[in-house]
Every structure is written in structure tokens, then in C-alpha cells.
Design a protein around this ligand. Structure first.
Ligand code: 6PG
Length: 250
């Protein structure tokens, strides 16, 4: 009988957000270096929201700017709000200000979701842009993810039919709480070679525990359904976000 291999994620609990962003930046540049060495390019999907801004700023800082082959990077977004690219809520804008304007990633390697287009059209066009670069079974080198206080990740919200989409790679998100969005599906996320969550704040602690260390029989939250088919999953956390994780017995 085949027994289910327990799903394991590597947890990194850092002392504070600055140390978290530095540790996560070290991890990203290491993944990027390996990808460029092995495949000649690094294809990453950035997460949205506010948490990753510190990571983007760290990657664009003097301490890291010289440590990546930026010309070999391709940047996508795991989700995007249906807003213009210069809108404060745009995940593209967040990354542009904090990172893309500070490092020499070729403009044609920055693959922005056309949030200003009708949602279904934007999702389909983005899926084509991904498969044009990565082929019909795309595997990102790294997918960055956040987690919401309701357990959502990317723009996969509890109860959203997109959670059970297993054919398409990018879909509209209809359950989005504040603004319509486009999101990677779990099929695309779980095909990645590596993925990492970043989470800070006590408000995330319950969902970090439910996602990273679910108890048997517990209904998985969207973030808990990230289970890479053959990649490595990491969580970079601050102590407040990790507070409900079971302590590792000595
Ligand atoms: C988005 C994100 C979303 C985010 C979480 C956490 O576009 O909102 O992709 O999944 O990662 O909501 O957001 P914060 O980092 O702002 O807490």
C-alpha cells in the first residue's frame, strides 16, 4: 500500500522583519544563481500585497544588487488586481518602485498582468504569455507567496471556484474581497520548482499554522493547498506569525 508522504515545508523563523527579508533575499539570489547556471535564466513569480515590499527593497539594495544576473531574470506576478499599472493597489507598481526601477532586468523580461483589460481576457492573455515562455506545462523556478488572515494565497480565496480549477493556469478571482483580480491556479503554483511564503504579523499566525502544519482532518485553507509536485516549499516567518506553530520537540 502506498502511504501518503507527509507534506513537509521548511520553516525559517527570523527574529524580525529585516532579518526575514535578508534571509529571504539570500534564498532568492541562491535560487536565481542555480537556475541561471542550470538553465540560463531565472523565471520568478512575485507575490503581491505589502509583505514582500521589504524583500524587493532588500534585493534592490547595495548589499544585493550586485549579486544576481538580472539580465537573465524573467519576472511575472502570481496575482494582480484589476487596476491600472500606476494604481497604488497594483502589485506590479509595488515591485516596480521597490525593485524593478533599481536593477537591470530587461523590460521585455518584465511580464505585467494587463489589469486594465477585462478580467477574463487579461487572464487568458497572461496564461499565453506564460506558456509562450515556459511551454505547455510551465514550471516556474520560484513562486513567492503571501497568506491572508483568511488563509488565501495569491488571489485564491476560501470558497473561490478557482481553487478547484485544474485545467487553466491563470483565472479571474471572483471571491476577491476588495477588487477583482487575476490569479495563478494551484495547478500552476504546484508545478513550480520552488515556492516560498513570507508572513509577518500576529494576525497571520492562525493561518500559518493551518497551512504549514495542518492537523489531521482539518479542512485545508487555500494556502494549505500549496503542495509542490516536486519542488521545495519554504516559509519565512517572524516570531509573531509563527506563534501558533507546534514547537519542535527537543
Ligand atoms: C495580493 C496578494 C495576496 C497577499 C496576501 C497577504 O495581491 O493581495 O498576492 O495573496 O499575499 O493578501 O497580503 P499582505 O502581505 O499585505 O498581508
Amino acid at each position: 500500500m502506498v502511504t501518503a508522504v507527509p507534506f513537509v515545508a521548511e520553516l525559517h523563523v527570523l527574529r524580525n522583519p529585516d532579518e526575514l527579508f535578508r534571509a529571504a533575499a539570500e534564498y532568492v539570489v541562491a535560487e536565481a544563481g542555480a537556475a541561471v547556471r542550470d538553465r540560463g535564466r531565472f523565471v520568478i513569480a512575485l507575490s503581491g500585497g505589502s509583505t514582500p515590499r521589504g524583500l524587493f527593497e532588500t534585493l534592490g539594495s547595495d548589499g544585493f544588487r550586485g549579486r544576481a544576473s538580472w539580465e537573465a531574470w524573467h519576472v511575472f506576478w502570481g496575482d494582480e488586481r484589476a487596476v491600472p499599472s500606476d494604481d497604488e493597489r497594483s502589485n506590479y507598481r509595488t515591485a516596480k518602485v521597490a525593485l524593478l526601477d533599481r536593477v537591470p532586468i530587461p523590460r521585455v523580461h518584465v511580464h505585467r498582468v494587463r489589469g486594465e483589460m477585462p478580467l477574463a481576457e487579461s487572464a487568458a492573455a497572461y496564461e499565453r504569455e506564460i506558456t509562450d515562455l515556459l511551454g505547455p506545462s510551465p514550471a516556474f523556478d520560484l513562486v513567492l507567496l503571501g497568506v491572508g488572515a483568511d488563509g488565501h494565497t495569491a488571489s485564491l480565496f476560501p470558497g473561490d471556484p478557482a481553487l478547484d480549477e485544474n485545467r487553466r493556469l491563470v483565472v479571474p478571482s471572483v471571491e476577491a474581497s476588495n477588487v477583482p483580480r487575476v490569479t495563478f491556479t494551484l495547478r500552476l503554483i504546484n508545478s513550480a520548482r520552488a515556492a516560498t511564503f513570507l508572513a509577518t504579523g500576529a494576525d497571520k499566525a492562525p493561518m500559518v499554522r493551518r497551512a504549514a502544519r495542518p492537523t489531521p482532518g482539518e479542512k485545508p485553507v487555500p494556502a494549505g493547498r500549496v503542495a509542490l509536485a516536486s519542488g521545495n516549499l519554504h516559509w519565512f516567518l517572524t516570531p509573531d506569525a509563527a506563534a501558533e506553530l507546534p514547537t519542535i520537540s527537543a
